[in-house]
Design a protein around this ligand. Structure first.
Ligand code: FES
Ligand code: FES
Length: 173
């Protein structure tokens, strides 16, 4: 099949790829850009392992045509924190045992980041609701919810970055 040239904004960089017009974003990320953090965990859009943020909103990259997202800001798990650093959400999952085999973890991290960006003080019910499209076959979900709770604490304690993080003084519900 003939290829088309796409310029994609991924993790704050402009990346150019030559791909078939019907290539899925997940495959472009993994095969053309070497960003293998996003995973394919199912074949029916049900697991959330492939979630990425597109203009801040979680999307399933396994059903998204890459060509549809030229000009959008795409964030994958690799872009959550600068090299050598951890995002507070990653810290929460690492400390609280929210990851076992880790296959589902990138999707959970991305979805959790989107939740905290729009609601820095979610209730347990809101956390459950936000993560309801992400499936994990290893952990008890309570460990994942605990990871999010810890991420909230780390998020509140972290220096404010571009207005994205609440200060500790804002407190939590
Ligand atoms: S790979 Fe399962 S929802 Fe995308
Ligand atoms: S940690 Fe293994 S599937 Fe979630």
């Amino acid at each position: 099949m003939e290829k088309i040239l796409l310029q994609l904004r991924v993790n704050g960089e402009t990346r150019q790829v030559a791909v078939p017009p019907n290539k899925l974003l997940l495959d472009v990320l993994r095969e053309d850009l070497g960003l293998t953090g996003s995973k394919r965990g199912c074949d029916d859009s049900s697991c959330g392992c492939c979630a990425v943020l597109i203009d801040g909103t979680p999307m399933l990259s396994c059903v998204a045509l890459a060509a549809s997202y030229v000009g959008a800001e795409i964030l994958t798990v690799e872009g959550l924190a600068p090299p050598g650093e951890l995002h507070p959400v990653q810290e929460g999952f690492a400390v609280s045992g929210g990851a076992q085999c880790g296959y589902c973890t990138p999707g959970f991290l991305i979805t959790t980041k989107a939740l905290l960006d729009r609601n820095p003080h979610p209730t347990l019910e809101e956390i459950r609701e936000a993560l309801s499209s992400n499936l994990c076959r290893c952990t008890g979900y309570m460990q994942i919810y605990e990871s999010v709770r810890l991420a909230l604490e780390r998020w509140a304690q972290a220096p404010r970055a571009a207005g994205a993080r609440p200060s500790a003084a804002e407190g939590r519900d």
